[in-house]
Ligand binder design. Structure first.
Ligand code: NOJ
Length: 579
């Protein structure tokens, strides 16, 4: 038996802390109430002129992120990859892709971010690897290879009259057509939930779990603050391989719509996550697990926290508020919907922290999903307000703070994202929401010095960019900065400050109060319609004066004593109780 001090030292040096040395989580961990920012590394900042963003580019923009009030950045996969799915097909889990830089660049980024109180989170793809990952290459090499069972291999159901193998069942790839790919060499199919080049790992094999947990430790030892877990609900499949029921109709690829009951959200995933939580809990500084969780309702979402036990993900994404739960998006500025959804997160998650998000690299940007063509800036300010003034951890997507738009390719020959080629013209792919960050009005928007960027810089960068928005007090960027500043400085926006969603307002008004430890209430009132709306504030915040903390366009006077407040069309008013 090791003597205690030696055991502790060994545990510390290997990074795999023993149970008795596991740190106690802080009462208010850093991620609670944090503002997180998703960076698509190809598109944020190119530092070496190759037209593709990189890690040194991110490092060079940390001051901008600090000023924006960002507490943590989530970097979409920057590991070595054939880039079929732009990094979500990883071929080496413990290295950096040379096009993004080196491991030394990564370490430099983590250190420079730390100096600015910004944490770095990695994207972690556990459901599948690239077909070029040595694990899969080995697995595919023969039926008797020790890695064979690391992936999901099945015999054909039979052969058709032309001798073609028939897939084991009707399961489909999210990216179109059968989820089964035939391997002529070993005469079996392998399962891929996403592209053919993304074979699914077999999480029923404990060796897979062990190997992947080691990968997590590798990055935790490098000081990453946590992980965003890609496609986590898809980890397990039904071992009986039953056909999925058809829902009727066809999708953009012409395949029947399926109810994915045998390939999504299988209960076994929760055991894996609870064990993964123990892996991260062994590290100090409140490392966090974030999940990519598109779920139909808040009751389902609660399961990903571990329910009352709260022993699974700290932050499964609430896609209900910003996306109406689906890839298609809700897209309607509907106060009743937002009121009920924010209230459900507050009342049905057993006190767990909601993680709200309106935009990401897989969906058209929120600007386009919610705009009406007339009040677009006001509407974007409303979305920012819900993200930054409710009781939540907030997740932004790069450029959202500028109101960057979705620039979907108009010609199939310009498409980069493979699903856009496969599904054209019904599915045009995700290039539109991945265009380069618009820093300046210069050629290539300050993103790159190369005239040929991996996706074209949007033409509107000449007017819509960081420099111009910094100069305009009414810009969306300045609104985001103002709200993150309020969130950091006013006790009513502290992570634990209660939120009370007002349920009896006019239908088009979303209003809530936040209560800080100093006892002062702050009212957030949003008019989501194109007509003025009246709010009687006395029932919620008494009859004393209300002092404006932030107003997107009204009421313009700084202090309001009247009980009846008129909110102009599409306006936000944030006001604090005073004398
Ligand atoms: C979800 C990611 O966000 C998406 O970009 C990717 O294509 C799939 N998972 C597959 O990894």
């Amino acid at each position: 038996m090791l003597r205690p001090i030696l055991a502790t030292l060994l545990a510390l040096s290997s990074g795999t802390l023993l149970a008795q040395t596991a740190p106690t989580p802080t009462a208010t961990p850093w991620w609670k109430g944090a503002v997180l920012y998703e960076i698509y590394p190809r598109s944020f900042q190119d530092s070496n002129g190759d037209g593709v963003g990189d890690l040194n580019g991110i490092t060079s923009r940390l001051d901008y992120l600090q000023k924006l009030g960002i507490d943590g950045i989530w970097i979409a996969p920057a590991y070595p990859s054939p880039q079929v799915d732009f990094g979500y097909d990883i071929s080496d889990y413990e290295a950096i892709d040379p096009q993004y830089g080196t491991m030394a660049d990564f370490e430099k980024l983590v250190a420079a971010a730390k100096q600015r109180h910004i944490r770095v989170l990695m994207d972690m793809v556990l459901n599948h690897t690239s077909d070029k990952d040595p694990w899969f290459v080995q697995s595919k090499s023969s039926r008797t290879d020790p890695k064979r069972d690391w992936y999901v291999w099945r015999d054909p159901k039979g052969y058709d009259k032309d001798g073609k193998p028939i897939p084991p069942n009707n399961w489909q790839s999210v990216f179109g057509h059968s989820a089964w790919e035939w391997d002529a060499g070993t005469k079996q199919f392998y399962y891929h939930r996403f592209y053919v080049q993304q074979p699914d790992l077999n999480w029923r094999n404990p060796a897979v779990e062990k190997a992947m947990f080691d990968v997590l430790r590798f990055w935790l030892d490098k000081g990453v603050a946590g992980f965003r877990l890609d496609a986590i609900p898809s980890l397990f499949e039904d071992p009986a391989m039953r056909n999925e029921p058809e829902k009727g109709g066809t999708n953009a690829y012409g395949d029947p719509n399926l109810n994915t009951i045998y390939t999504d959200n299988l209960p076994e995933v929760h055991g894996v996550i609870a064990r993964m939580r123990k892996v991260v809990a062994a590290y100090p500084d409140d490392r966090v697990l974030i999940g990519e969780t598109y779920l139909p309702n808040v009751e389902e979402l609660d399961k990903w926290y571990g329910g009352a036990a709260k022993n699974e993900l700290q932050l499964p994404m609430d896609m209900l508020l910003g996306f109406g739960s689906g890839y298609a998006g809700h897209g309607k500025l509907d106060a009743t919907f937002f009121r009920n959804t924010i209230n459900a997160a507050e009342t049905k998650l057993q006190g767990s922290e909601p993680l709200f998000v309106f935009s990401n690299h897989d969906n058209p940007r929120d600007w386009d999903r919610y705009s009406d063509g007339v009040h677009d800036l006001q509407i974007a300010k409303i979305l920012a307000t819900m993200l930054l003034t409710t009781r939540d951890t907030a997740l932004l997507y790069y450029g959202e703070e500028l109101g960057m738009k979705t620039h979907t390719p108009t010609r199939v020959e310009d498409v980069q994202d493979p699903i856009g080629k496969l599904g054209w013209p019904k599915e045009k792919g995700r290039d539109g929401e991945r265009t380069p960050m618009q820093w300046t009005a210069d050629a290539q928007a300050g993103f790159s010095t190369n005239a040929h960027t991996w996706l074209p810089v949007a033409a509107d960068h000449t007017t819509l960019n960081v420099v111009s928005e910094e100069q305009d007090p009414n810009s969306l960027l300045r609104w985001y900065q103002q709200l993150t500043h309020l969130r950091d400085s006013n006790p009513a926006f502290a992570p634990d400050a209660k939120i009370n969603v007002l349920m009896n307002t006019a239908a088009d008004v979303l209003a809530y109060t936040r209560a800080g430890a100093d006892g002062k209430l702050v009212l957030v009132a949003i008019n989501m319609s194109d007509a003025p709306q009246t709010l009687d504030t006395s029932a919620y915040v008494g009859t004393g004066a209300l002092h404006t903390l932030a107003a997107s366009n009204a009421p313009q006077n700084n202090s309001v004593k009247s009980k009846q407040v008129t909110l102009p069309p599409f306006s936000v008013w944030v006001a604090e109780q005073g004398q």
